[in-house]
Design a protein around this ligand. Structure first.
Ligand code: PGA
Length: 244
């Protein structure tokens, strides 16, 4: 039996946000959610420190969008999970489709990064999702199960992972799968988790204030990974308050 967990809403600012955007974080941190919910905001690396200060002692977690697979050392331009932990980061997004596409990240790289995140005492948020072509050819479930099987770290650290189902064609496009398609994908992912079926599985891809309540109420959806609509406090808190 899968025990329903408290929802988790994660905001992914991607490569957006300047110091002027800190005011939005402060407004998010001041918001009192109407129901119990975990909230994590992932600004770019450049705003992690100021962001951490802005959210202060609020219940908001601060997260990062990527990290290196290796320990601290001679890797110019990279950022290690230990350095993120030192900044007060709690969660790290890994395997986002933009990183898979822009930087050729494979499942093996995502797993190595997840292991580094766990070793630093942080929580990996591992993204999987099919392309439009894969959906059209009926390959969705096979693709996302293979991504999950090869990206999730082995061993007991698995229990500290969160999964995000993000169809590539739904990211930043305003298009979303039907409720049935989301339920099917989440059920397939959960079914493959064996003893870790209680891991939270978030949906991501064009979640907005207007569709959040419907998506978050779907069976097997434990929260959302929100891109564009997490950039302003107004939209992000509307999504937070849409949690069932
Ligand atoms: P979007 O992005 O909400 O802007 O579609 C989601 C994501 O990429 O995590």
């Amino acid at each position: 039996m899968v025990i329903a967990s408290r929802p988790l809403i994660v905001g992914n600012w991607k490569m957006q946000g300047l110091r002027a955007s800190i005011a939005e974080m402060e407004a998010m941190a001041r918001h009192q959610p109407v129901r119990p919910v975990d909230i994590c905001l992932c600004p770019p690396f450049t705003l992690l420190e100021a962001g951490g200060r802005a959210i202060g002692s609020s219940a908001l977690w601060i997260g990062a969008q990527d990290c290196a697979p290796s320990r601290m050392g001679a890797h110019t331009g990279d950022i290690a999970a230990e350095q993120l932990a030192d900044m007060g980061v709690r969660m790290v997004i890994l395997g986002h489709s933009e990183r898979r596409a822009d930087h050729g990240e494979t499942n093996a790289v995502v797993r190595a990064k997840a292991e580094a995140v766990l070793a630093a005492g942080l929580e990996p948020l591992i993204c999987v999702g099919e392309t439009a072509r894969e959906r059209d050819t009926g390959a969705t479930v096979a693709v996302i199960l293979a991504q999950l099987a090869e990206s999730l770290p082995e061993g007991e650290g698995r229990a500290r992972c969160t999964i995000a189902y993000e169809p590539v064609w739904a990211i930043g496009t305003g298009r979303t799968p039907t409720g049935r398609e989301i339920i099917e994908a989440h059920a397939a992912l959960r079914g493959s988790l064996g003893m870790h079926q209680t891991l939270r599985i978030l949906y991501g891809g064009s979640v907005k204030p207007g569709n959040a309540a419907e998506i978050l109420a779907l069976s097997g959806v434990d929260g959302a990974l929100v891109g564009g609509a997490s950039l302003t406090a107004k939209d992000f808190v509307a999504i937070i308050d849409a949690c069932p």
